[in-house]
Design a protein around this ligand. Structure first.
Ligand code: UDP
Length: 330
């Protein structure tokens, strides 16, 4: 049934030249969907998308988005396009509200104008802020501690109203820590500047410049922060399942955590990197980073029960091995 539904349906993917977007595009194509990517390439990479599918447009440009929607009838939109750096958002919140919130509003408005009523949205565990306990369930109230997290809360809030008023059905996927790379080695994580732990550990190995570990006095077993690392391919699969749920006749809007339910400390990640690479990671201990909660681990029971999702590549060593393989070849 799901396969029959997927044949030849056209899907618009905003931000499809980015890290998670490009992995999802690859999976959509493999499953038989027609894909159009809308990306302004401000942070995405031209080489991450087949040029036949790319429309170089800004989601904040209403006229350009009208042209994209006029070209073909999309069954749904998967909306990745956004800025993602928490630290940058704390220095320049205006960028995050303009791009993440304003851009999303322009996109949603164009969708309504063109009768496209299904959306998968990239949300984040940052909507929860600093939760007192883990694992985190979706019922926890919004409590973002950065303009980045707030920008995602604002879009989720808009989606609630668009559901009620315009019958636009959406699934917001609240990502935990996306990591790893396409096992075939073609795509991977290449943010500029890079702020994420695993690529920074490789950078430290490559250059010999020690990475700073942000705090060893957290109330965790080894004192370093715990995060729920999820392989980008498992994350991409969650988007396909969310899309299929939205294309079913009885589609309902919801928000779902996307994490494995297992946490790993920074020290554990360093050990995994040393095991996989056979090299020592040079590091120094530093102070805590502002806004870093001690532990973020998903309760992903809803994702598993409602969408039938299961992680297949999110063992920490597999995450690190695929990321290392990509790092070696770029
Ligand atoms: N981290 C670190 N040093 C770095 C970058 C990250 O110690 O240079 C830690 C950070 O405090 C967090 C974990 O690694 O506990 C994952 O951070 P990342 O920035 O990759 O993702 P986030 O959890 O902020 O989304």
């Amino acid at each position: 049934m799901a396969l029959a539904l997927s044949r030849n349906q056209a899907i618009l993917v905003t931000g499809g030249a980015g890290y998670i977007g490009s992995h999802t595009v690859q999976l959509l194509l493999a499953r038989g969907y027609q894909v159009t990517v809308a990306d302004n390439l401000s942070r995405g990479h031209r080489h991450a998308v087949d040029p036949r599918f790319l429309r170089e447009v800004d989601i904040s440009d209403a006229a350009a988005m009208d042209r994209v929607f006029a070209e073909q009838q999309f069954a749904a939109v998967i909306h990745f396009a956004a800025f993602i750096a928490v630290g940058e958002s704390a220095r320049a919140p205006e960028l995050y509200f303009a791009n993440n919130v304003g851009g999303s509003l322009t996109l949603l408005t164009a969708m309504i104008r063109h009768g496209v009523k299904r959306l998968v949205f990239s949300s984040t565990a940052a909507v929860y802020g600093t939760p007192a306990t883990v694992p985190i369930r979706e019922e926890l109230p919004f409590a973002p501690v950065s303009p980045y997290g707030e920008s995602k809360v604002m879009v989720e809030t808009m989606l609630g109203w668009f559901d009620r008023i315009h019958a636009l059905r959406s699934i917001a996927l609240r990502y935990f820590n996306a990591a790893g790379a396409d096992p075939a080695g073609r795509l991977g994580e290449e943010h500029d500047p890079e702020t994420h732990l695993i690529p920074l550990l490789f950078h430290a190995i490559r250059t010999g410049e020690p990475i700073t570990i942000f705090g060893e006095d957290y109330p965790t077993p080894d004192g370093t922060c715990i995060r729920d690392y999820i392989h980008v391919s498992d994350l991409a699969e969650a988007h396909i399942l969310a899309l299929e749920a939205l294309l079913a006749p009885d589609a309902a809007s919801m928000a779902l955590n996307v994490g494995t339910g297992s946490g790993h400390s920074v020290r554990e990640v360093i050990r995994a990197v040393e095991d996989v690479t056979g090299k020592k990671v040079p590091f120094v201990m530093g102070p805590r980073r502002d806004g870093d909660p001690p532990a973020l681990v998903a309760d992903s029971a809803r994702l598993r029960a409602i969408l039938g999702w299961q992680p297949k590549h999110s063992d920490l060593r597999e995450i690190v091995a695929t990321a290392w393989q990509f790092d070696q070849h770029r």
